[in-house]
Design a protein around this ligand. Structure first.
Ligand code: 5GP
Ligand code: ZN
Length: 114
């Protein structure tokens, strides 16, 4: 098995504040939040980045978005607005190589992002 922090969070080998989980997806609060709400949504399947995703992952990737939508509603940021971020590779700021969708909300966001 790959030595991966997010695989360990999904298997609960590493503790985190879980916001949602099912057989395919886990969502947990970011350890270093960049907004009042900052949740990471991951597949249990270890996919290093979007670059390694395949057609087989289509439903799983769509599910990450729908889990984000449900959490945004539950966490009361859906109406004001929220941002989903998927950093891919180092140039975009990816630091953990297990694909994850950032759900950010609870404050105003600027555009373009930094
Ligand atoms: P990236 O920079 O790869 O897009 O995002 C990785 C995110 O994972 C960062 O926002 C970072 O704070 C978060 N993170 C890294 N290690 C841990 C951890 O052990 N627990 C939790 N909850 N978040 C983590
Ligand atoms: Zn992993």
């Amino acid at each position: 098995m790959v030595d991966c922090v997010f695989c360990k969070i999904a298997s609960k080998e590493i503790q985190s504040k879980i916001a949602y989980e099912d057989e395919e997806v886990v969502a947990f609060h970011d350890i270093n939040p960049q907004a009042p709400i900052h949740v990471l949504i991951i597949p249990r399947k270890h996919i290093p980045s979007l670059n390694e995703a395949t057609d087989e992952d289509q439903n799983l990737l769509g599910k990450l978005m729908l889990v984000a939508q449900k959490l945004a509603k539950e966490l009361n940021i859906a109406e004001d607005g929220y941002r989903l971020v998927l950093n891919t590779n180092r140039g975009a700021g990816q630091s953990i190589f297990h694909i994850h969708l950032h759900l950010l909300g609870g404050r105003l966001f600027r555009w373009p992002p930094g």
